[in-house]
Design a protein. Structure first.
Length: 114
């Protein structure tokens, strides 16, 4: 299951970083995650056990990494917006990056109970 988390993160970060160039990637990502969720759920119920130690703390850590993907999305929009919009930064992309950065800081610095 731990390896699946890393696969999910790579897919998520890649799709969100290039979302400015390929907007169809986000709906595709949602479909892929939905299919993988049901396949993994069926597989776990079929096995009825987990070979590796899978703790609650690991789940919290992966959730925080998933929530940090908002920063990757904002960064991708800023980078590709700069190159595609005549080498100028758009104010909305800078504001989005600042908001995503603040949100990411709050996610990582807030207690797990929030």
């Amino acid at each position: 299951m731990v390896y699946k988390y890393s696969d999910y993160l790579v897919i998520l970060y890649t799709a969100l970083f290039y979302a400015y160039l390929v907007p169809i990637g986000i709906p595709t990502l949602l479909v892929i995650f939905a299919v993988q969720y049901w396949i993994d759920k069926f597989t776990l119920f079929k096995r009825s056990s987990v070979k590796n130690f899978f703790s609650y703390n690991l789940s919290l850590y992966v959730r925080r990494i998933f929530e940090s993907s908002l920063l990757i999305f904002a960064l991708g929009n800023l980078v590709f917006g700069y190159y595609l919009e005549d080498h100028s930064f758009m104010a909305i992309n800078i504001v989005a990056l600042v908001i995503a950065g603040i949100y990411t800081l709050c996610v990582w610095l807030a207690p797990a109970s929030i």
